[in-house]
Write a protein that binds this ligand. Structure first.
Ligand code: UDP
Length: 506
């Protein structure tokens, strides 16, 4: 792969949010589209990360950039490449930022040389493209090393960190120490929660923006029950003689159809009437797949009917996640070690990733078909899978870690497990929801409202626009230029400053 690849981004029409937002919120969005976008004319909003496939960052970027383009903003997406040793190192940083050891490797001068050496090519290529009037948003540890080169272009520079932990420890601090020399050069640092902000950064530059979900992409768009079943049948997750067609609508409005099959590890196929407990996530130890299985075996299966489905991407596909195949092998081994009775009720699904929207349609169908969705993470930046399931009115059992606790109001719009290692607590929450369908439905309905009111795409779009406006205005003031005045400022003045600091009250 080249040191820097450009990912095509389809424009998406932000006006479609009229159908889901409250009128006052939609009016604010319109203001932004009409006024804010105009102020960005002639500027490119560059976004750089390390993969165009798989994981939460991709899930966030596509709609954010798509709707920005739909609003008339030249928002672009570039992806850096690197050798396996670079991604082993950045995965180590990722794990440390979550407070875990990861592969236990070092973060010394040798690793710094690998890191900077890998990014040198992308830094050179990128610096030639960026102009002083532009805005650059670099995502996650993989791209922080580009900050010095981008800074030299004079563009406004945001570093967006999607991971973090509530109570920093020695491991997290070791990753901060490695990355901080680069990161401090940014004009703003964006974190998903206040508690995630690092020590040693300028507090005035710290901004909180919570992630959001796109209500209309194939991952979250409405599906009829028939459609979900047809998709799950075609993908081989719940094989049966489906009545409907396994079709969905792509983000660009064109028709899509599920044709590829998941790889299932199971004793016998699921049937359409089986009640499912589902976790969808990358094969990552921080998602605790082994805990999900063991907790199911020990604390759910003995008490109530139902099957567990652990679903994740087929492991050859996620370019920046070298640990996936190893974790899936561990999960397979744990599955084999289950008693015959429980193994029959546990299903592992590796979902096809060749067509990312086909994959999304399958995840969508699986989340909709689930009776209970779990996200038993040991650490989590935000946990998009939680918002996705809540949007679909599913009752979610999630660990009280990271952004999961911002999404779920415990006992109202989901159930939080206070100790993510406590398998009995997880088991009893799932068992309660399986045995009390009325309560499960009530929680599911509240979950949908919670996402509608605080976690849909337009909210983060507005917060990013507000931040960009702030940086551009500051830049203009520093240059002695007349700041952009007028309508655009109106878009940013409707409380955006407060939203930036306290987004969950949006
Ligand atoms: N995901 C997916 N296909 C899969 C597994 C996961 O599309 O096979 C998506 C999932 O639906 C969610 C994202 O990957 O949108 C994961 O984001 P999250 O914030 O939950 O976790 P991350 O992977 O960023 O740690």
């Amino acid at each position: 792969m080249e040191s820097l690849e450009h990912v095509p981004v389809e424009a998406m029409d932000p006006h479609r949010f009229e159908s889901v937002l409250a009128p006052a919120q939609y009016a604010r969005l319109l203001d932004l589209i009409n006024n804010g976008a105009r102020a960005l004319r002639g500027r490119v909003i560059w976004n750089v990360n390390s993969t165009a496939k798989g994981g939460g960052v991709v899930e966030l970027l596509r709609p954010l950039l798509g709707y920005s383009r739909g609003a008339g903003v030249d928002a672009r997406w570039s992806v850096i490449g690197g050798a396996p040793q670079f991604f082993e190192l950045t995965k180590r940083l990722h794990n440390r930022l979550h407070g875990f050891d990861g592969d236990g490797g070092a973060l010394s001068d040798h690793e710094r040389a690998i890191y900077e050496g890998t990014l040198a090519g992308a830094a050179g290529a990128f610096a030639k493209l960026v102009r002083r009037q532009d805005v650059v948003i670099l995502h996650d540890p993989q791209t922080a090393g580009l900050i010095p080169a981008v800074r030299a272009t004079g563009a406004a520079l945001i570093w967006r960190c999607h991971v973090g932990l509530d109570h920093p420890n020695r491991r997290a601090r070791s990753a901060w120490d490695f990355l901080r020399p680069y990161v401090i050069g940014a004009d703003a640092y964006v974190f998903s929660r206040k508690t995630f902000a690092w020590e040693g950064l300028d507090p005035a530059k710290i901004v909180v923006i919570q992630p959001t979900v796109d209500a209309f992409n194939p991952k979250n768009a409405e599906q009829t029950r028939e459609q979900s079943l047809a998709i799950l049948a075609r993908a081989g997750v719940v094989p049966h003689d489906a009545v409907g067609d396994p079709i969905f609508v792509r983000s660009d409005g064109t028709p899509g159809r599920v044709d590829r099959r998941a790889q299932m590890v199971e004793v016998a196929p699921l049937r359409p009437g089986d009640r499912l407990v589902v976790q969808v996530s990358r094969w990552d130890r921080l998602k605790d797949p082994l805990g999900v299985i063991t907790g199911f075996a020990e604390h759910i299966a003995p008490h109530v009917d139902g099957h567990l489905v652990l679903a994740g991407p087929s492991t050859e596909s996620v370019a920046d996640d070298p640990e996936g195949a190893g974790i899936l092998a561990d999960v397979n081994a744990a599955w084999h070690a289950l008693s015959d009775e429980v193994r029959r009720r546990v299903h592992l699904a590796s979902l096809p990733m060749a067509d990312i929207e086909e994959n999304a349609a399958i995840v969508n169908a699986l989340q909709r078909h689930a009776t209970v969705v779990v996200q038993k993470s040991l650490a989590e930046g935000f946990g998009l899978t939680v918002a996705e399931a809540m949007w679909k009115s599913r009752p979610v059992v999630g660990s009280r870690v990271g952004g999961i606790q911002d999404q779920i109001v415990n006992g109202e719009s989901g159930v939080l497990i206070s100790d993510p290692h406590d398998l009995a607590e997880y088991g009893s929450a799932v068992t309660m929801l399986l045995t009390d369908p009325g309560r499960a439905e009530e929680i599911g309905s509240a979950a949908h409202v919670r996402i509608r009111d605080a976690f849909l795409g337009p909210y983060s779009l507005m917060r990013y626009f507000g931040l960009i406006h702030r940086l551009i205005t500051a830049r203009q003031a520093a240059d002695g230029a007349e700041p952009t005045r007028g309508a655009w400022e109106l878009a940013a003045s409707g409380g955006l400053g407060q939203l930036l600091d306290n987004p969950s009250t949006a």
